[in-house]
Design a protein around this ligand. Structure first.
Ligand code: KIV
Ligand code: ZN
Length: 511
């Protein structure tokens, strides 16, 4: 009988802690809601002890989602476990995830603990966590570089003290599929009590083998896989959720396993994450890359036209890619628009629907054909649209060869009670516009990355812009979309400024 594989999503913990991937509270909640729609089994919402902000996001996610288990990471120390429990205890299904390193390198140089001390700490801390919560996961950090029989002893100790899931991380992305398979078989053969718990794996992608190693672990007996949307994570990332889910679905004949993930939510999850962090998957990235379903060569196109299966092992529909045909036009009313949102499985509250409808109308005036992808673009941003201090009101730009560019920008704040118009010059229109926004808001963030991409084909396509920006150690990503890329750029920049203002005020209030 086919085996069920639990999907443990760590986008909001391992993913979020990697450079350029930080999210604010509201964004984490939006992402958590989307992960619930995606139907993952476990959401690792963060590392509660790491900061007051992390604690608050774990707790809020625990309050918000109801179907998945919500986990917080904790080192094997009481303070971490206390904080983790405080943050997840409101969840319908809480989990405490305790970890301790087990490789000789980590024990000697990082922990400065002997193997016996490690065993003892595992026993004490798993037992301590078990006082609070039934669902305890233990991870043996750097498991794949640990001595095999010592690892068995650690795992057995964790099980004997109440762990219900045992995770075997390939922390530094060092292992290979063959080695991972052997390790899982070894644990299954040597550990007392292994049949009563779920064995899990958590692979990093340093050698590009994270997904292959996760699948090998499944063949070796793992029943939970830890992964992230778009494969984001420390260094080269974690195993990509969408690749694991689609590999299991497409090659059931090999793995005889399935997940409960709703694969038609994959595209939307990937897009939402991209719009939040501003980091696009590589175009050739499996499953969610821009080219993943593109057939460029004539031979391939011809084959696909005759029979899709010639060059397509999964379909765009499998992962929920919206079609790119005209679905609405400038005469479509609110009812048709809402019906389309329903068809796309997008739920918005009244205020968000009003805002999205207005944006749709404005877009339909400029663009003859409004496709599902356009709607996704409007609404994707709308879902995480940060209702910040500054609102964009007006702009005019001018640019000419050799003389450079001028931008005039008006921003409003205090609900429209205050406003300012300012003109600025620059080498190009974007520089001039951003300069005007800096002067009005009194902020001058470092622009770390600026990205423009067309939503659909054609000259009238919307441009989606993301700006990664930073002040001191606060990193944010702003996003915007418009048929005018200067307007989209300003929207993205103001969105980023608003997030910075929010974070700066929040940190001021917390300290
Ligand atoms: O990579 C790793 O070892 C981890 C653990 C904390 C699970 O992220
Ligand atoms: Zn990790």
């Amino acid at each position: 009988m086919a085996k069920e594989i639990k999907i443990f999503d760590t986008t909001l913990r391992d993913g979020e802690q990697s450079p350029g991937c930080s999210m604010n509270l509201m964004e984490k909640i939006e992402m958590a809601k989307q992960l619930e729609r995606l139907n993952v089994d476990v959401i690792e919402a963060g590392f509660a002890i790491a900061s007051p902000g992390d604690f608050e996001s774990v707790r809020t996610i625990a309050e918000t989602v109801t179907r998945p288990t919500v986990a917080s990471l904790a080192r094997a120390v009481k303070e971490d476990i206390d904080a983790a429990w405080d943050a997840v205890k409101v969840a319908k299904h809480p989990r405490i995830h305790v970890f301790l390193a087990t490789s000789p390198l980590h024990m000697q140089y990082k922990l400065r603990m002997s193997p016996d001390q490690v065993i003892q700490r595992v026993a004490e801390m798993v037992r301590y966590a078990k006082n609070f919560c039934d669902d305890i996961e233990f991870s043996a950090e750097d498991a794949t570089r640990s001595e095999k029989f010592f690892l068995s002893e650690v795992v057995e100790t964790a099980i004997a003290n109440g762990a219900t899931t045992i995770n075997i991380p390939d922390t530094v992305g060092y292992t290979t599929p063959e080695e991972m398979y052997d390790l899982m078989v070894h644990l299954n053969q040597t550990v007392k009590g292994v049949d009563n718990i779920i064995l899990s794996t958590h692979c990093h992608n340093d050698l590009g083998m994270a997904v292959g190693n996760s699948l090998a672990a499944i063949r070796g007996g793992a029943r939970q896989v830890e992964c992230t949307v778009n494969g984001i994570g420390e260094r080269a990332g974690n195993a990509a959720l969408e690749e694991i889910v689609m590999a299991l679905k497409t090659r059931q004949d090999i793995y005889d396993a399935y997940t409960k993930v709703d694969s038609t939510q994959i595209y939307r999850s990937s897009k939402l994450l991209t719009s939040i962090i501003g980091i696009r998957p590589n175009p050739t990235k499996p499953v969610v890359g821009r080219n993943a379903f593109a057939h460029e060569s004539g031979v391939h196109q011809h084959g696909v036209m005759a029979n899709k299966a010639t060059y397509e092992i999964m379909t765009p529909q499998d992962i929920g890619i919206p079609n790119n045909e005209m679905v609405l036009g400038k005469h479509s009313g609110r009812h048709a628009f809402m019906e389309r949102l329903g068809y796309l499985g997008i739920e918005l509250d009244k205020k968000q629907t009003d805002e999205a409808f207005q944006k749709f109308k404005a877009l339909a005036d400029k663009k003859k054909i409004v496709t599902d992808r356009d709607i996704e673009s409007i609404v994707g941003r709308n879902m995480v649209r940060f209702d910040g201090k500054y609102h964009f009101k007006y702009f005019a730009v001018n640019s000419a060869t050799e003389v450079g560019a001028t931008a005039t920008v008006t921003l409003e704040w205090d609900g429209g009670k205050s406003s300012r118009r300012l003109a600025c010059i620059g080498e190009g229109m974007v520089e001039a516009a951003f300069g005007a926004i800096d002067q009005i808001t009194g902020m001058s963030p470092e622009l770390i990355e600026y990205n423009v991409q067309a939503v659909t084909e054609g000259i009238d396509s919307q441009g989606e812009v993301t700006c990664r920006m930073c002040i001191n150690d606060i990193n944010v990503t702003g996003s915007g979309a418009s048929t005018d890329i200067i307007e989209a750029s300003m929207m993205a920049y103001i969105d980023g400024i608003n997030k910075l203002v929010y974070e700066i005020e929040k940190r001021g209030a917390d300290s």
